[in-house]
Design a protein around this ligand. Sequence first.
Ligand code: DHE
Length: 511
Amino acid sequence: MIRRIVSFSFLAAFPLLAQADAAADYAANCAACHGEDRLGGTGPALIPETLARLRGIEAIIAEGRPATQMAGFADQLTGDRIAALADYLQAPLAEAPLWSAQQMAGSRRMNPDYRPAPEPVFTGDPMNITLVVETGDHHVSVLDGDSFAVLDRFATPFAVHGGPKFTPDGRFVFIMSRDGWVQKYDIWSLQEVGRIRAGLNSRNIAISQDGRWLAVANYLPASLSVLSTDDLSVAQAVPVTARDGTESRVSAVYQAPSRKSFVLALKDAPEIWEVATDPATGAVRDGFVPATGLKEVPGAAPGLFARRRIQTEEPLDDFFFTPDYRNLIGTNRQGDKGVVVNLDLGREIAELPLPGMPHLGSGITWDRDGRKVMATPHLNEGVLSVIDMEDWRLVSQIRTDGPGFFLRSHDNSPYVWADVFFGPHRDEMHVIDKQTLEIVTTLAPFPGQTFAHAEFTRDGSHVLVSLWEDEGAVVVYDAQTLREVKRLPMKKPSGKYNVWNKITFEDGTSH
Ligand code: DHE
């Protein structure tokens, strides 16, 4: 007789018991750092919205995370209980959490040691500072763009995402984490000014043309938060509800400086919102309606933060703006086409053949044969689409060695730098001629390791590229000869941001 050996897991057989045990295990072992409500404390939030991006949750619970305060629990919890705990963390919260303006205000912490310096405390060019986000240990390095010396290295909130935003004079910078923390840092003084939790799960930030307001796009709660850049106080907490009553998450918010407005991509409704950041714009622009709660904004004139809705055929994610901010290109959820929306007319005016999930947020523009073109990578296809900005014609599709994430160029450079972020060639950076649209060379100094995201110095003379690994580096290239000139060790460096290129809205950088 053949005896069948059955492996029996008590917890797997009784899922409700497993859930109750997981909740108790969470309360006993995790709540002190991650919050009783799983929304974060000294440790990050443990909710599906943030954990979806994380691989190996069970292994992290069992072994902990190096270089953090997260200890391993393999000695205290069995494998079954760790698995049940991982499932518990990935289950949605029973109720959508609230995060009111008062709760936001309560989270605000200003640095008591901050002393604003009357002039930069370093000798280099403050306009040629480049910030490097190091996601490996949640820090930012402040680089002198001429000498590439590290002037400061400061701790950020957990999991910074998206580009930091600089005040128009380049002095202050705002950095956002996926858990909704916004940090203000003074580049002249090399000091943190303060931080506030503006959302529970946030997407990105944008700064108004006058540098007074910072908008935060949130998934949780489905809202836009507006902060005063001066002291991080809450100016507005705007719940985002579409015309038909649908509550919508905000995929992203963008600054449209020449329009004196913010433009919002709504995730769950076929609408784009434009929000005034200047009372005059809000009061006079046809189609604007006054936002609620204006009286709560200290010193705000009527019309500030007034809102306009633009109806689209389907929800559009991820925007690229023409340099004059009259048109935007958005992509639909399936990522199989691009739609041009004219912000003055308030409607769609063209469709673009952009299959393969274009990553429009990384789009850049340049002049070619006297015409303005834009290029975007695609997240599902090894191709860069180049589009004529006057007639929306697809000029070319440049074949690459795999799907890319980021593009960069500079007015003073003849080249576009395009990474191959996904697949077996993720160790490659293509350098492409802006006129011939041919790949001139492919740099791959670290075989098998991710080599991605380029940024130019102020004058375009050098390019900085991330070796995007735990024990990574920023590699500095001469932008003309394409020779390596320096290697700076960094902890999983991701994005890099040059003050001048960002505040001047340099064509070659994504905004
Ligand atoms: Fe990003 C920018 C959305 C995943 C690193 N990313 C942006 C922006 C948006 C966006 C809307 C523009 C914001 C800005 O700068 O104001 N990102 C998304 C997604 O929807 C996506 C695909 C899924 C998600 O989980 O949110 C996504 N992004 C990632 C990553 O996995 C990356 C590679 C690693 C990480 O840190 O999360 C990543 N995103 C970045 C970076 C920028 C960015 C470095 C800024 C690019 C720049 O040069 O300006």
